[in-house]
Design a protein around this ligand. Structure first.
Ligand code: PLP
Length: 398
C-alpha cells in the first residue's frame, strides 16, 4: 500500500519551490529581467577555484577505480582526519576522525542525527522561525516537533525553551547563522541556552542533544563570530555542510560531528552510522569527499552577499520597510507592513517581486528575501520595492 504521508510530501511542493516555479513561468511571459526572484537559497557566487582544481587533480592523478569506489560507510579515514585537524586548529577542539561521519549534505546529516537520537513519541524543540524541512525530518523518525518562538531580536528565548522541555524531550535543533532570519545567535544566548539544557538534563535524568545545523557557519558579516557549540555543551552533534560555503549545493557533501564529550559517545556515534545505513546512504559521494582536504577553510567570495545585504538594508529602510539587521547567511527577514505575511508576499508579486511568506517557517508577519542573487538584480528591483512601499502608504492615506 502506498504510504499516504510520503505521497502527500511528494505531491505538495514547498511554498518556496512553488514560488520559484511561478517565477520561471512569469519570466517566460514578461522577460527574465522584469521578475525579481528572491525565493531560493541557492548560492549565486562561483565555486572557489580550489574546488575545481582539486577535482581536476584527483581525476587526472588518482586511480579511477578507487577514486570512484565506495568509501567506508562513515567516510574516507584520511578525509575525516583532515576535517578533524581543521576543526581542532580553527576552534581549539580535540576531536578525531572517529567523531566524524561524512554525509550527503546537511539534510542527510540532520536525518542521520535525528534518527540516531529520537525515538517515536519523543519531542524535539525547535526555535521558530526555522527551516521547514526540520518538521519533515523529525516526523519521519516518529518524533514530535515543539516550536518555541524566538525573542524580538530573533534569538532563542531561553526561558521559553526551558519551560517547553519535558521528560519527553530528546533534542533541540538550532541553526545559526539562521535560515530564514539571518540572525547569528550570540555567545551570551548560547551560554544561557546551554546552561538551561544542562539543568534540564539533570532534572529529567537523560541527555538532551543539541543538534547544531551549520550550513551557513562561514557566511557572517560585520566581524561577528559564531560560537562553536561543542565548547559550550557536551551532548552536542554538529551537522555541517559545504553546500553554501563552497557554492556546491548540488554536489551533496557535509558531515556529522559527534562531540567526543557526549555522554555515551560510542553509542551515539554508532547510532548515527546505523541511521545512515537504515536510510540507505551507503557512503557520501566519494569524489567530493576526497576533494575536501584541499578546500577546508576556503569559501566562495562572500563579499558579494555582504554587498547585497548592505544595499538592501539601506534602500529598503529608506522606503520604510522594517527588518532586523542580519549578521549571517544570505537572508533578510522583512516585517510585513500589514502584519500579514501572505498579503505582503502577494502584493509584492504584483510588483514582480518574489519573496517567501514566513508562515511556513513557523511564524507569521514576515517575508524572507534571499539575497544570494546578482547585485545587478537588486539594483534593478529597487523601483519595484519603492512602488510596493508606496502602495502601503497610499492605503494608509486613504
Ligand atoms: N539546513 C538549513 C538551515 C538550510 O537552509 C539548508 C539548505 O538550504 C539545509 C539545512 C540543507 O543543506 P544541504 O544542501 O547541505 O543539505
Amino acid at each position: 500500500m502506498i504510504n499516504q504521508k510520503m505521497r502527500e510530501l511528494g505531491a505538495k511542493r514547498s511554498v518556496i519551490r512553488e514560488l520559484f516555479e511561478y517565477g520561471k513561468k512569469r519570466k517566460a511571459e514578461i522577460g527574465e529581467d522584469k521578475v525579481y526572484d528572491f525565493s531560493l537559497g541557492n548560492p549565486s557566487v562561483a565555486t572557489p577555484e580550489a574546488v575545481n582544481a582539486a577535482l581536476s587533480d584527483l581525476l587526472s592523478s588518482e586511480n579511477p577505480v578507487s577514486l570512484h569506489g565506495y568509501t567506508s560507510a562513515q567516510g574516507d579515514p584520511g578525509v575525516r582526519a583532515a576535517i578533524a585537524d581543521y576543526i581542532n586548529f580553527t576552534y581549539g577542539e580535540s576531536v578525531n576522525a572517529d567523531c566524524i561521519y561524512m554525509s550527503v549534505g546537511a539534510a542527510a546529516a540532520l536525518t542521520c542525527s535525528l534518527t540516531a537520537v529520537v525515538s517515536a513519541g519523543e519531542e524535539v524543540i525547535v526555535p521558530s522561525p526555522y527551516f521547514p524541512e526540520y518538521k519533515v525530518f523529525i516526523e519521519k523518525c516518529g518524533g514530535v516537533i515543539k516550536e518555541v518562538a524566538c525573542d524580538g531580536e530573533l534569538q532563542p528565548d531561553v526561558m521559553a525553551i526551558e519551560n517547553a522541555i519535558s521528560e519527553k524531550t530528546a533534542a533541540i535543533i538550532i541553526n545559526s547563522p539562521n535560515n530564514p532570519t539571518g540572525a547569528v545567535y550570540s555567545e551570551k544566548n548560547i551560554k544561557a541556552l546551554t546552561e538551561a539544557l544542562r539543568r534540564c538534563e539533570k532534572r529529567y535524568g537523560h541527555p538532551i542533544y543539541l543538534i547544531s545545523d551549520e550550513p551557513y557557519r562561514e557566511l557572517v558579516y560585520d566581524g561577528v563570530t559564531v560560537p562553536y557549540l561543542t565548547k559550550y555543551y557536551n551532548d552536542t552533534i554538529v551537522c555541517y555542510s559545504f553546500s553554501k560555503s563552497l557554492s556546491i549545493p548540488g554536489e551533496r557533501i557535509g558531515y556529522v560531528l559527534v562531540s567526543p564529550r557526549c555522554e555515551d559517545f560510542t553509542s551515539v556515534y554508532q547510532a548515527v552510522c546505523g541511521a545512515g545505513r537504515s536510510l540507505g546512504y551507503v557512503c557520501a559521494p566519494s569524489l567530493l569527499q576526497k576533494a575536501l582536504p584541499y578546500c577546508l577553510g576556503k569559501t566562495a567570495d562572500i563579499s558579494v552577499y555582504d554587498r547585497n545585504r548592505r544595499m538592501l538594508m539601506e534602500r529598503l529602510s529608506e522606503f520604510g520597510f522594517e527588518m532586523i539587521r542580519p549578521q549571517g547567511a544570505f537572508y533578510l527577514f522583512i516585517k510585513s507592513p500589514s502584519g500579514d505575511a501572505n498579503e505582503f508576499c502577494e502584493r509584492a508579486k504584483n510588483h514582480e517581486i518574489l519573496i517567501v511568506p514566513s508562515d511556513d517557517f513557523g511564524i507569521g508577519g514576515y517575508a524572507r528575501l534571499s539575497y544570494c542573487v546578482t547585485t545587478e538584480q537588486i539594483e534593478r528591483s529597487m523601483p519595484a520595492f519603492e512602488a510596493l512601499a508606496k502602495s502601503y502608504k497610499e492605503k494608509e492615506n486613504g
